[in-house]
Design a binder for this molecule. Structure first.
Ligand code: ATP
Ligand code: MG
Length: 148
C-alpha cells in the first residue's frame, strides 16, 4: 500500500518534549478530517509512548534520542512509529498487561490506552537496544463523511 504523506522528526528525551511531540503529531494528523475527540486520542497515545521512552527506556536521562515517524497511507490510515534506543523491554506480553508496571508508583495503563485508541499496536523491543512502538488508526466512516 502506498504512502501519501509522512513526517519524521527526532528530539531529545526531555519531559518538555512530550507536549511538543503530541502537538506535532496532532497537527500533522489534522489533515485527515479527524474529529477533535480523535485528535485528542491521537495526542494521548503519542504522550504515552514518548513518556515511556523517557521514563522507562532512558530512566529519565536527558539528551537521548527519540524518533517519531508519522505516515498517512493511500487508504488514509494513519501510522505513528515511536522509537528509542534505551534499555528495551524484557517481557513485552507482561508489559502490555493492564495495570502492570515495573514502577510500583505508576498505573501501568500506557499500553492499554495505546491499544484501545488505535486499530493496531505492535511493539518491537530488545533488551539493551531499544523499543519501537507502531500504532495505526484506520480511516473511519465519520472521516469519510467529512471528506465528501
Ligand atoms: N520504551 C520503553 N522502554 C523500556 N521499557 C518500557 C518502555 N515502554 C514501556 N516499558 C515497560 O512496560 C511497562 C508498561 O508500560 P505502560 O506504559 O503500560 O505502564 P507504565 O508506564 O508503567 O505506567 P503509566 O503509563 O500508567 O504511567 C513499563 O512499566 C515498563 O516496564
Ligand atoms: Mg507508560
Amino acid at each position: 500500500m502506498g504512502i501519501k504523506n509522512y513526517v519524521h522528526f527526532e528530539f531529545s528525551s526531555l519531559p518538555e518534549n512530550v507536549s511538543f511531540a503530541r502537538a506535532c503529531v496532532g497537527a500533522f494528523a489534522s489533515q485527515l478530517d479527524y474529529t477533535l475527540d480523535d485528535i485528542e486520542e491521537i495526542k494521548l497515545v503519542v504522550s504515552e509512548a514518548v513518556s515511556n521512552s523517557i521514563i522507562h527506556g532512558y530512566d529519565n536521562k536527558t539528551n537521548q534520542k527519540i524518533e517519531i515517524t508519522v505516515t498517512i497511507n493511500e487508504d488514509r490510515s494513519l501510522e505513528i512509529i515511536i522509537k528509542d534506543y534505551g534499555k528495551g523491554i524484557e517481557n513485552i506480553e507482561k508489559a502490555m498487561e493492564a495495570t502492570y508496571s515495573s514502577d510500583p508508583s505508576r498505573m501501568g495503563l500506557g499500553f492499554t490506552f495505546m491499544k484501545s485508541f488505535t486499530d493496531e499496536m505492535d511493539i518491537l523491543s530488545k533488551p539493551g537496544e531499544g523499543t519501537c512502538v507502531r500504532l495505526k488508526r484506520n480511516f473511519t466512516n465519520e472521516q469519510k463523511e467529512a471528506f465528501s
